[in-house]
Design a protein around this ligand. Structure first.
Ligand code: EPU
Length: 424
């Protein structure tokens, strides 16, 4: 078992390059199986979720190669193999193989996803969409079996009862080769959805409206291989921006699309952070006397739930009282007891997180129980006086590539050790 050991309080200076988006690549990889020739994806982050999906693709007899952030996917020999258990359950996004195998083979058997525990994460909207398109869907003890009759999937109008990234993507994947026209209403608008649609359209799909709440899909018979560069990871960018505001002397974050994190930047502005925004990078100057703020997470383009946890340690430095309300995942609060153990003054009051600052964090033994809780804790560790030891590191490695190298390069005292390794 790996641990992160951080000796906090060092001044951090330099540059950090943001990688391709995790939540984009995890949709693009299942989408690539729909092509009848090789798909080349560039700017692919070297994260655990990508390796897990490569293993799953290989189990489906899809050929892959992954070198220097270029991932080649050749689905020409792919077979329709049931995946009720095993690797398929190691990450949540593997549920995109439901829409993708349904589209490619008219059938699929996919075990229900794992991923971060953020409270209940139902997939009723995905199932509703598959059924509307004409699929039969059975759920037996967490294994979803999808089939279609001889007439295949038929385009239809689907209204999403909740705005869901996953359900929107799965519906696009299922409908892209369905007969006729599909209209998705109340669709999610995330940049990752636009990225998926850009790839599919390059492959020959006919999809309009990505990035708005109405997506129109004209089904096509064939999709062909292409190459595509993945958008930068807005959550990784936001995480390092939060860190830079908390403890940076002067840090430049490169490969950022400002528009993708406008609501987050607005919140940092409100706190009094000093930033210079350029075309594709943001320079963060040292800030003292940060102001406390309150925030509510919302579907895109609102404040992202994934950035709520990374911003929380920064708020412990701010002066005054503030609240965080996560309307997407109200139970995304596992970072709070850990921050309190480090000296924060935070209370969970029903669905509201109440913070009072400023407090000085001190090093402690803490656990990253999910990916963004991990992001919160490595920022807290860098801010804290003394030594912080973080367990649950695998959760962090699921979404942050080369994290040790990136943080050491800006002056952080951070190491990854094995459990049995003795510290000096
Ligand atoms: N929901 C339903 N029914 C459904 C689907 C969703 O009620 O059928 C609800 C969820 O319970 C939640 C809300 O709708 O309250 C939004 O969930 P959504 O489906 O949008 O989330 P997701 O697709 O499962 C993706 C990201 C998450 C991110 C959320 C919200 C991926 C692989 N995951 O999850 O990312 O938090 O959107 O933006 O794209 C992360 O990167 O750390 C992460 C958890």
């Amino acid at each position: 078992m790996k641990k992160l050991v951080i000796r906090g309080g060092r001044p951090l200076t330099g540059e950090i390059n943001v990688n391709g988006a995790k939540n984009s690549i995890v949709a693009l990889m299942p989408a690539a199986i729909l092509a009848d020739s090789e798909v080349v994806l560039e700017g692919v982050p070297d994260i655990q979720d990508v390796h897990s999906l490569i293993d799953i693709l290989n189990d489906f007899k899809v050929k892959t190669s992954f070198e220097n952030n270029v991932l080649k996917i050749d689905p020409t020999q792919m077979q329709s193999i049931p995946m009720p258990t095993g690797k398929i359950q190691s990450l949540r996004a593997s549920y995109y193989f439901m829409g993708a195998t349904l589209s490619k083979f008219g059938e699929g058997v996919i075990g229900l996803p794992g991923g971060c525990f953020l409270g209940p994460r139902p997939i009723d909207q995905h199932i509703k969409a598959f059924r509307s398109l004409g699929a039969q869907v059975e759920d037996e003890y967490g294994v979803i079996t999808l089939t279609t009759g001889s007439e295949g999937l038929q385009g239809t109008r689907i209204y999403m009862d909740v705005v869901s990234v996953g359900a929107t993507i799965n519906t696009i994947l299922a409908a892209v080769k369905a007969k006729g026209k599909t209209v998705i209403e109340n669709a999610a608008k995330e940049p990752e959805i636009i990225d998926l649609v850009t790839l599919l359209n390059k492959m020959g799909a006919k999809i309009r409206g990505a990035g708005t709440s109405v997506i129109r899909i004209e089904g096509v018979d064939h999709l062909t291989g292409t190459s595509h560069t993945i958008i930068p990871d807005r959550i990784e960018a936001g995480t390092y921006l939060a860190m830079a505001v908390a403890i940076g002397q002067e840090i430049r974050i490169n490969n950022v699309i400002f528009e993708h994190i406008e609501s987050f930047i607005a919140k940092l502005d409100e706190m009094g952070a000093r930033m210079e925004i350029s075309e594709d990078s943001i320079l963060v100057h040292h800030s003292d006397d940060l102001k406390m703020v309150s925030l509510k997470t919302q579907p895109y383009p609102g404040f992202a739930t994934d950035l709520q946890q990374p911003l929380t340690p920064v708020l412990t430095k701010a002066i005054g009282k503030g609240t965080i309300t996560d309307t997407i995942y109200p139970q995304r609060i596992k970072h709070i007891p850990e921050l309190n153990r480090m000296g924060a003054n935070i209370k969970v009051d029903g669905d509201i997180i109440r913070i009072e600052g400023p407090t000085q964090l001190t090093g402690a033994q803490v656990k990253a129980s999910d990916l963004r809780a991990g992001a919160c804790l490595f920022i807290a560790g860098l801010m804290a006086q003394g030594e912080t030891v973080i367990t649950g590191v695998d959760n962090i490695l699921r979404g942050y590539s080369n994290i040790i190298e990136k943080l050491q390069a800006i002056g952080a005292d951070i190491q990854m050790i094995d459990d049995d390794q003795v510290e000096d």
